[in-house]
Design a protein around this ligand. Structure first.
Ligand SMILES: Nc1ncnc2c1ncn2[C@@H]1O[C@H](COP(=O)(O)OP(=O)(O)O)[C@@H](O)[C@H]1O
Ligand SMILES: Cc1ncc(C[n+]2csc(CCOP(=O)(O)OP(=O)(O)O)c2C)c(N)n1
Ligand SMILES: [Mg+2]
Length: 313
């Protein structure tokens, strides 16, 4: 079977999981006081409105997002990339500046990396080393609440424009979110106060449904979604029946928002901390007593989103 038939997520779940010493439903690897993450993408995933600086910045944020959402303080960033020898060195330097600036923004040292040559557009990988904020966390159980930061749909706006060949408008908001994503640094501070309140924090990178599905498998329970906070101009497309909710949820990814699974009995402590730190969160659903699966208003919902081998599925 080809990888494009199996898909990235199934490949990780059924093949890679046999060989690695970690739960592949978790986006980071933790060993004692060390948290590690490596994440990358082909440089061809550069939208027409992005330059090399944006690429470097975004590559760091994509990996950083996993650490910040999980609750790990980033310490060292390493980069490895393959570039075409035809690329202008000034552009390659812009990419390094983006990596350097994003590392500094999250308080980490850009410690080094590796430089390679590539025949095609190339790739970039960012590895981050950090320390966990909490030693232990409560277990997620049915009844616990699921929250997400910010609003979803901004990147979907840009993907709809791109995939439709410009038939959909390209909101400025979408451009900013896609080319220069920023994860609220205060999430790390909030984590420090919430070690007995938050059962799990994870990011949204391949779409909200993919992330929720990974959480469901990690905690061993289902998740029932009741409400998905969409940015106004995307909600409008759904309300006017121009694009279905399913299509919106499928054509997402790269939001880098954080999903929190919060113990029900201490949810007021969570909300108070988020308010004090200026992190906007909305309750989207709850953990339910079922097999790991996603439900929308109690009805089983098929998982759609981004897959590196299949594209949007
Ligand atoms: N090539 C690989 N080798 C080993 N482990 C991998 C590989 N790709 C993914 N994994 C593991 O699978 C888990 C999920 O990966 P992934 O879905 O890529 O997470 P994310 O969306 O945060 O990048 C991670 O814990 C990761 O370490
Ligand atoms: C030209 C182009 N086509 C498609 C996409 C969509 N896309 C590419 S990678 C990706 C999600 C992967 O996110 P990332 O954080 O880099 O990887 P992960 O954490 O899931 O491994 C999406 C939605 C894009 N950004 N650009
Ligand atoms: Mg990945």
């Amino acid at each position: 079977m080809k990888l494009k038939e199996l898909g990235e997520h199934s490949f990780i779940e059924t093949v890679i999981s046999k060989y690695v010493n970690s739960d592949v439903n978790l986006d980071v690897y933790r060993q004692g006081n060390v948290v590690l993450k490596i994440d990358g993408f082909p440089i061809k995933y550069t939208m027409p409105f992005m330059d090399f600086y944006d690429l470097g910045w975004k590559a760091v944020v994509a990996a950083m997002s996993d650490l910040v959402s999980y609750g790990a303080t980033p310490l060292v960033v390493l980069s490895s990339f393959g570039l075409s020898p035809e690329i202008e060195s000034k552009n390659a330097e812009m990419m390094i500046m983006g990596i350097s600036d994003a590392s500094k923004y999250y308080g980490a040292t850009y410690g080094g990396g590796d430089t390679n040559s590539s025949e095609d557009s190339g790739w970039i990988d960012i590895a981050i080393f950090g320390n966990p904020v909490c030693n232990t966390r409560p277990k997620a159980e049915p009844g616990d609440l699921v929250y997400v930061t910010g609003e979803l749909g901004r990147t979907t706006g840009a993907f709809l424009w791109y995939s439709s060949g410009g038939k959909f408008p390209l909101p400025l908001d979408s451009v900013i979110k896609l080319r220069h994503p920023v994860i609220n640094r205060a999430i790390l501070r909030a984590h420090r106060e919430l070690c007995s309140v938050v059962a799990l924090g994870t990011d949204v990178s391949d779409g909200i449904l993919v992330s929720l599905n990974k959480i469901a498998h990690y905690i061993g329970h289902g998740i029932d979604i009741a409400n998905i906070p969409l940015v106004e101009y995307i909600q409008e497309l759904v309300d006017k029946n121009i694009v279905s909710l399913n299509e919106i949820l499928k054509s997402g990814g790269e939001e880098y928002e954080t999903i929190f699974v919060v113990k029900k009995e201490t949810s007021s402590i969570f909300l108070d901390a988020m308010k004090r730190y200026g992190v906007i969160v909305k309750e989207i659903g709850r953990v339910i007593d079922s097999e790991p699966e996603i439900r929308l208003n109690s009805k089983k919902y098929e998982v759609h989103g981004w897959d590196n081998f299949k594209g949007w599925f």
